[in-house]
Design a protein around this ligand. Structure first.
Ligand SMILES: *Cc1c(COP(=O)(O)O)cnc(C)c1O
Length: 362
């Protein structure tokens, strides 16, 4: 059987060694004679697992001690609600929502249920390329309740690599498609959140890293299941958590540690995306219309100049073991999601196919 490389945007591929470990553990986790899915989240072995996960996360991301780690439910979309309802009260100013693509806009639309966000559009066209304004040019309000932005627009393939530079403001970042892929200066942020099915495992939990002074803020109309203070007080076990997802995330963190941690994976990720963009830029069939400085190294989007070949490219790539390359339905084209788990061999196979396809049909 030909090896499959899965470029799905999320849920996305897992490292083979992690899948193998899951298989080994399945019937008999930690020698307990049963699977991890069948034990209580209060079981001492499970609590130990959770503690290890927290410690691994702290080490990998260098999370300062005044930040709490929460494991929430409801995905990143759940956080689109949780952020405003936890941080705002009737005395709050409105928050600023920075818009750079689909997900940051979706977050703003959800926030509109609770407040009147200031919308700050940072997308620009420059020489026919999609460009993002530098944070120095973001027109943020004088005293926003917080500033929300998304450093990697998973659907658009747009990234913001420059750090937000606003001191003494609460910055909230949706890191769903970029967490653990590169260094984050955590202390610049009030809240960082990410759903797990892209870079931290499978769907089912949402990581929230929150500065502890913000936990005091919550008001009593917040549904308990979204209330950061309650979740923190109960160590993310206010209700029954998605234990299997938690377990898989634990394996992912160990795998990442073995890979050499964030510094190492960041270099590999850069190498992977550089190879792909180089292929696209040097071709006469493929193109990407995003400014070089804002090209995502997690979600590489491209289109065919001969659009009528789109279905054929999709079919042939799939038959060559390159799965899930079709772009999101709202933007079309193609998208190679190449999170941490995608090995460089997968990139090389994709490039080989792209070169072949162009030489045959281009
Ligand atoms: C995938 C994604 C989401 C949505 O995540 P869910 O877990 O499906 O709610 C939100 N924001 C970004 C940046 C994403 O990549």
């Amino acid at each position: 059987m030909k090896k499959i490389y899965n470029f799905s945007a999320g849920p996305s591929m897992l490292p083979f060694s992690v899948l193998n470990q899951i298989k080994k553990d399945l019937y008999n986790w930690k020698g307990l004679g049963i699977s991890v899915m069948e034990i209580s989240h209060r079981n001492e072995h499970f609590l130990q697992l959770v503690q290890e996960i927290e410690q691994d996360l702290r080490n990998l991301l260098k999370i300062p001690s005044n930040y709490k780690i929460l494991f929430c439910q409801g995905g990143a979309r759940g956080q689109f609600s949780a952020v405003p309802i936890n941080l705002l009260d009737k005395f709050s100013n409105n928050p600023d929502y920075i818009e750079s693509g689909y997900w940051s806009q979706a977050a703003r639309i959800e926030a509109e249920k609770y407040c009147v966000p200031n919308i700050i559009n940072i997308k620009k066209e420059h020489n026919g390329k999609k460009t993002i304004l530098s944070p120095y040019n973001w027109k943020i309000s004088k005293k926003p309740a917080y500033i929300h932005y998304c450093p990697n627009e998973t659907i658009d393939g747009i990234a913001i690599y420059e750090e937000p530079i606003f001191d003494n403001k609460i910055i909230v970042g949706d890191f769903s498609s970029t967490i653990l892929s590169s260094f984050i200066n955590i202390k610049k942020y009030g809240i960082i959140y990410a759903s797990t099915q892209k870079n931290i495992g499978i769907s089912g939990i949402t990581l929230v890293i929150i500065r502890d002074d913000l936990l005091k803020k919550s008001n009593n109309v917040v549904p308990s299941i979204l209330d950061y203070k309650i979740l923190s007080y109960h160590n993310s076990m206010f209700n029954t958590p998605s234990t299997f997802s938690w377990y898989v995330s634990g394996l992912i963190l160990k795998w990442l540690k073995d890979m050499g941690g964030i510094k190492k994976i960041e270099l590999i990720n850069k190498l992977k995306s550089d190879l792909l963009y180089k292929t696209i830029d040097s071709s006469n069939l493929y193109f990407n219309d995003i400014n070089h400085l804002n090209r995502s190294n997690m979600n590489v989007t491209f289109r065919l100049l001969k659009e009528n070949l789109t279905n054929l490219f999709e079919k042939e790539s799939y038959n060559n073991g390159l799965h899930a390359l079709r772009g999101h339905r709202i933007v079309g084209g193609f998208r190679a999601s190449i999170y941490n788990a995608m090995p460089i061999e997968g990139i090389k196979e994709l490039i080989k196919f792209m070169v072949y396809f162009e030489s045959r049909y281009g």
